[in-house]
Design a binder for this molecule. Structure first.
Ligand SMILES: O=C(O)CCC(=O)C(=O)O
Length: 241
């Protein structure tokens, strides 16, 4: 596991993204992938047509294990402080040769109403993630212009809900960079950074555990799906409870 950049919090502030964060060695990453594969066989995740797979950390041990991994949380801590809540998780699995995609969006929006609007998303690569299999692309620095208006989208293969996308012009989109990761690595992204991912045109699966971390002072609502009251403390304490 290589050393992390020294000024990691500075890079996060500047770019809204930090990558790669080496969480596991390749042997450790193989174990996580095998466990996930075993779980898919046993429990039928992902079930045909079930592309959502939200909050499986409550039932799938390896997702919880990554969400609590010290090498990941040491980096998250440098960004949001020593008390850390796991607000939610999602598994995003793009099977080979499928058209599923994620349009430009921000993870923190008026849809999930986080106050203050602070969230770090950790994207853990279960499989290698490449441009060919639909790696996440990020527009560095786009978080600095804050929350954008959402625009309706609906299209076959869109893995987000129809009201989660943002409009991004060609000029801004041209600044996007792909975040390629080896299995066992993660990227961290800011709640306002614009990101998307394209279809998996390769012969290899591209599976990720997406973990949403917030400091305990972040509250949610009203009038939205409530993740805050079921958030779990993964490091430190939640003094608000
Ligand atoms: O896995 C993807 O392709 C997109 C992930 C994403 O949108 C996120 O991590 O917030």
């Amino acid at each position: 596991v290589p050393d992390r950049p020294v000024d990691l919090a500075g890079a996060y502030e500047r770019d809204g993204v930090v990558a790669p964060v080496s969480v596991l060695t390749s042997a450790e990453a193989d174990r996580i992938r095998s466990e996930w594969d075993r779980c898919v066989r046993l429990h039928g995740h992902p079930r045909p047509g079930d592309r959502q797979m939200y909050n499986l950390h409550r039932e799938v041990g390896v997702i919880d294990e990554i969400a609590r991994h010290p090498r990941l949380l040491d980096v998250v801590e440098r960004i949001i402080g020593e008390d850390i809540l796991l607000l939610g998780s999602r598994v995003i699995c793009k099977e080979p040769g499928t058209g599923d995609f994620i349009p430009w969006h921000q993870d923190v929006s008026d849809r999930n109403r986080l106050t203050p609007p602070v969230q770090v998303t950790a994207w853990y690569a279960v499989d290698d993630s490449t441009v060919a299999n639909g790696a996440v692309e990020v527009i560095p620095g786009s978080h600095r212009s804050g929350m954008r208006a959402r625009v309706p989208t609906s299209s076959d293969g869109n893995l987000l809900r129809a009201d989660e996308a943002n409009d991004v012009g060609d000029e801004e989109a041209a600044r996007a960079v792909p975040i390629e990761l080896r299995a066992g690595q993660a990227s961290l992204h800011h709640g306002f950074v614009l990101h998307r991912s394209g279809p998996n045109r390769s012969a290899d699966r591209r599976c990720a555990f997406v973990l949403r971390f917030v400091p305990p002072r972040v509250m949610q609502g009203p009038g939205v799906f409530d993740l805050r009251s079921s958030a779990v403390v993964v490091r430190g304490v939640d003094r608000t409870r």
